[in-house]
Design a protein around this ligand. Structure first.
Ligand code: NDP
Length: 532
């Protein structure tokens, strides 16, 4: 176990957020939760052993331990998954290292074009199995199956297709050099872009398949090898993806998948001295632990962390209804469990009442239910821990004097449902305004002045995303430049594309996912200088 052992803070399920425990009580309103059986195909997948993928072999954890995976709509166990720990992480890192260090290995002898074709095939296989992946993701994470069908799975396939093209385009430069102490000598200087080595990747539960795809796509395009640790709440689609990766022809040992807990599998991966780079998506709190753990061998680190993104509505809207729909979707998409959720809605005073009542009405209309139920627009939160966390924030906000305009309730007596919630009358020092809630909860506040709203928007330790709604093109550009955020959406929100880099300023992270920027973070640059 690495140096993180003493630092682990991870709460297990049912423990409320420590700072919010015991304040007030969020009421529970009824919610009918229909019994839904997964399809026979998914039932058959779930009934099989859910093992670790190490060196091309599916195997139990060395300890023999497993842990349960829950359906968040009911709280019932749907699968038992191998609980990998430091021993398994070490075996997986050794498998990845053995491949990387062997120049004769098929992975290292493969041409970039062959590599690209295999990566493309993974994208194709995902699309061929779209329905199955969407159903599995919905069951495991709780999101509506229709959303997984149109967003999670196609976007995951697309990043593999996009990265497949890059495999043949990772190029260095030739450099004309002027060495002052060798004026008469001639040189040929150039750079090579080489894979970093063994990469450790730790991903969260909000977009389980998509996060795996965002991480594995660039790893494969750049010729690295990898150990991936999915989130304990949602390991299932990553394991199924492991099967597709094998089917696509990725050689054994290139992609290793170790399911397990953050403290016992994630931490040893972050600290492992055989890992050359660690890429993490999750909370800022754990991100800081990863940085400390990476100090063991100064491995490279990239982080995609939390956010508290401002979404600014100016009064000069041509179509306020579309803006209201956009602002509602900015926070309620994926149940607010998005690192870039538009969770601070700032509205120019002249249209404040209209926008608040419009977003509140949209919130009230959202149909809650299990992700697999017909007509569900919002599923449960992912876990009991998230339910406690979100309701804890709702309590804290009300205690501090904020008023709930819509929602504010836990729903149903099983599963982890919370009503989409709109809160007003907040102050900037409230925890609901400053901290990432990671649930369907938006705080709304009016503003009068453009300078004021830029300052307030940037007054956060985070800097992941921001939204601007205006028809004034000049204002849109001026405000976009001033916002300290990795992505700024204007008259839209939550638009992602494999070609568009995504990541955070400030404590929202280091580095970028997607686009060609991500390739720099998976390659080393080697300068070669030849005396002629
Ligand atoms: P974490 O940051 O704890 O989890 C993210 C990943 O890190 C999981 O795979 C987790 O493993 C792993 N992990 C946890 N502890 C360690 C550790 N000490 N060393 C290495 N890896 C570790 O997020 P939570 O699931 O606890 O969610 C809490 C909050 O984090 C959310 O409410 C939200 O605010 C934020 N979050 C942000 C996300 C983002 O996209 N930026 C995504 C998810 C959460 P395991 O889950 O198996 O314990």
């Amino acid at each position: 176990m690495g140096p993180l052992a003493d630092l682990h803070r991870k709460r297990r399920v049912t423990e409320p957020h420590p700072q919010l425990k015991g304040i007030g009580t969020v009421s529970t309103a009824s919610l009918e939760i229909p019994e839904i059986q997964p399809s026979p195909r998914i039932q058959s997948f779930l009934s099989g052993a859910k093992q670790l993928l190490i060196g091309g072999q599916w195997r139990n954890a060395a300890s023999g331990e497993t842990f349960p995976v829950f359906n968040p709509a009911t709280g019932e166990t749907i699968a038992k998954v191998a609980a990998g720990d430091a021993v398994d992480i070490d075996a997986a890192v050794r498998a990845a290292r053995a491949v990387f260090d062997d120049p004769k290995h098929a992975w290292n002898r493969m041409t970039p074009s062959q590599r690209g074709r295999i990566i493309w095939k993974i994208g194709d296989l995902l699309l061929e199995n779209l329905e199955e992946f969407a159903e599995l993701e919905s069951l495991d994470n709780g999101k509506p199956v229709g959303v997984a069908q149109v967003a999670d799975v196609p976007l995951s396939a697309d990043i593999f297709h996009y990265m497949a093209g890059w495999a043949t385009k990772i190029e260095g430069n030739t450099i004309p050099i002027s060495v002052p102490y060798a004026p008469r000598a001639e040189f040929h200087a150039f750079t090579l872009r080489e894979p970093i080595g063994v990469v450790g990747q730790i991903i969260p539960w909000n977009f389980p398949l998509l996060m795996a795809a965002w991480k594995l796509g660039p790893v494969l395009a750049t010729g690295n090898t990898v150990v991936l640790k999915p989130a304990e709440q949602t390991p299932l689609t990553a394991l199924r993806l492991g099967e597709l990766i094998q089917e696509a022809g990725v050689p054994d040992g290139v992609v290793n998948i170790v399911t397990g807990f953050g403290e016992t599998a994630g931490a040893p991966l972050a600290a492992h001295e055989g890992v050359d780079k660690i890429a993490f998506t999750g909370s800022t709190e754990v991100g800081k632990m990863i940085v400390q753990a990476a100090g063991s061998n100064l491995k490279k680190v990239t982080l995609e962390l939390g956010g508290k993104s401002p979404n600014i509505v100016f009064k000069d809207n041509e179509n306020l209804d579309a803006t209201i729909a956009g602002a509602a979707s900015a926070i309620f998409f994926n149940h607010g469990q998005c690192c870039c959720a538009g969770s601070r809605l700032y509205v120019e005073q002249a249209v404040f009442d209209d926008v608040v009542s419009g977003v509140a009405e949209a919130a009230r209309k959202i149909k809650l239910g299990p992700g697999l139920a017909k007509g569900t627009e919002m599923g449960p939160l992912v876990s009991d821990e998230q339910l406690q966390r979100v309701t804890g924030y709702l309590n804290a906000g009300q205690e501090a004097g904020a008023n709930i305009v819509a929602g504010g309730q836990q729903r149903g007596d099983r599963g982890y449902f919370v009503s989409p919630t709109v809160i007003q009358d907040t102050r900037e020092d409230m925890s609901i305004v400053r901290e990432e809630i990671f649930g369907p909860v938006v705080v709304v506040d009016p503003f009068e002045d453009i300078e004021e709203i830029i300052t307030r928007s940037n007054d956060t330790p985070y800097g992941l995303a921001a939204g601007i709604w205006t028809r004034d093109i000049s204002k849109a550009h001026r405000v976009a430049r001033r916002l300290r955020a990795g992505t700024v959406w204007v008259n839209c929100y939550n638009i992602f594309d494999s070609a568009m880099p995504f990541g955070g300023y400030k404590q929202s992270g280091w580095g970028r996912e997607m686009g060609h920027e991500v390739l720099d973070l998976y390659t080393e640059t080697k300068a070669v200088c030849i005396g002629l």
